[in-house]
Design a protein around this ligand. Structure first.
Ligand code: CTP
Length: 415
């Protein structure tokens, strides 16, 4: 069941052309069982109509701070407190500036100021506005205030320019929402955890882990995938829970059960995975065990591709974001310890060391995944821990034991 089932989202729709994508976001939130209430800013109302928003949320749309009916039915304080999460999409430069300053001059800014819940913003604006020192300053302020951000993405914009500024896609925002909801400290520990005695070397630490493959859509029914089972990444998450950490596991599609005690965010594609990982920061340790697809289909089809007289379709591929490298080079939220995996079929150590340097991480767990080893999908693993100047080779071990040893080694580094 989705973490969104039964959750209440207060969605604030700012004034940007990207507001049309927010309509799709509402649909996807509702499909997963979330309740959505929307505030439409005055500028937002220039791009989407209150009627289409309420048609999708199934609730009235809130627009006016001084509407007596709204205030008697539901005050703005209650509106923002009733939600589990506030999401601003699109978050315009103006709305971000007002949030950073703490303004309360319309219903949206007042709800944002009055809330005691987490806030996630999906910025969307012209590239120059995004790169302007004022917006950078506001973004830093919002980050310091605990506001989470998803996107923006690079791409061609409605204004004709190219660069960062496009609002994240609805599925990316959805993944970030799931991550924000999963990241709730103080979740009651499932029964099984009470049994775990012994020292808790990672108590008080947040460990972020990616696991499994990613699925890159070709059309609504077909995708590109790989043979990763997620066994190693999931075992690491379980070992980190055992060591007392608060664990966020961002998992691609796997058939494994969620490790008890971990906050699990389920994603499909590399871009969703990146958004969920970014939304889960800050972390004390980040471990990238996922087999992220290096490429995705450039223009995946909205409808199922049919066989036709033109022969098979030509699939153009584009490179996916490198999540490990992005986080290892993150300007202000780089976790103190970033660990990558390297799946190689030859010259394992040399390639791992090159990868360490290229991606900017602190340690690489390297393994030989040639078919003869049976590692891909199997229960055992032989790994080498490759640091800039260090090398440790472990014997052939069950993946669960590799996970425990890895967590013990990392705990030593951050203690
Ligand atoms: N990784 C990632 N995002 C990607 C690709 C890889 O986060 N888009 C991470 C993996 O989780 C892993 C590490 O990077 O921790 C190494 O991935 P691997 O696929 O082995 O390396 P590549 O970067 O694909 O390099 P090469 O194609 O040369 O093997």
């Amino acid at each position: 069941m989705s973490i969104l089932a039964g959750k209440r989202i207060l969605l604030i729709i700012g004034g940007g052309i990207a507001a049309y994508k927010t309509l799709d976001l509402i649909r996807r939130l509702k499909e997963r069982g979330a309740g959505v209430r929307a505030i439409l800013t005055k500028a937002g109302g220039e791009f989407v109509t209150p009627l289409s928003v309420s048609g999708l949320t199934g609730e009235k749309v809130y627009m006016d701070l001084f509407s007596l009916t709204d205030e008697s039915e539901m005050g703005h304080i209650q509106l923002s407190r009733d939600a589990d999460l506030l999401v601003v999409a699109p978050a315009t430069a103006d709305l971000m500036a007002r949030m950073a300053q703490g303004h309360a001059n319309d219903l949206a800014s007042t709800a944002l100021l009055a809330t005691d819940k987490r806030v996630l913003i999906a910025p969307a604006m012209n590239v120059r506005m995004w790169e302007h020192p004022a917006t950078r300053r506001n973004l830093r302020q919002l980050g310091a205030d605990g506001v989470l951000t998803v996107g923006p993405n690079d791409g061609a914009m409605a204004c004709g320019e190219f660069g960062p500024g496009r609002m994240a896609e609805p599925m990316e925002i959805l993944a970030a929402i799931e991550a924000a909801l999963a990241e709730r400290p103080g979740l009651p520990a499932p029964d099984g955890l009470a049994r775990l005695a012994g020292p808790k070397p990672l108590a008080g630490k947040h460990v972020l882990i990616t696991s499994g493959p990613t699925h890159e859509p070709i059309d609504p029914v077909r995708y590109i995938a790989n043979r990763s089972s997620g066994k190693q990444g999931h075992a690491i998450a379980a070992a980190a829970v055992e060591a007392g950490a608060r664990v966020t596991l961002v998992s691609g599609p796997v058939t494994l059960a969620d490790p008890p005690g971990a906050n699990v965010v389920h994603v499909e594609s590399a871009r969703d995975m990146r958004a969920a990982v970014e939304a889960a920061l800050p972390a004390d340790i980040a471990i990238f065990a996922a087999a992220v697809a290096d490429w995705r289909v450039a223009n995946s089809a909205e409808e199922k591709i049919k066989k036709g007289k033109d022969g098979p379709p030509a699939l153009a591929l584009v490179e996916n974001p490198d999540i490990l490298a992005t986080i290892a080079k993150h300007a202000d939220k780089r976790p103190p310890l970033v660990v990558g995996f390297a799946a190689e079929t030859e010259q394992v150590i040399d390639h791992a060391r090159a990868k360490l340097k290229k991606k900017g991480c602190d340690l690489i767990v390297a393994n030989d995944v040639s078919p003869a080893t049976g590692i891909m999908g199997g229960d055992r693993n032989t790994v080498h821990l490759v640091g800039p100047e260090t090398l440790e080779t472990w014997p052939d071990l069950p993946k669960t034991e590799v996970a425990r040893r890895l967590i013990a080694a990392l705990a030593e580094k951050v203690s």
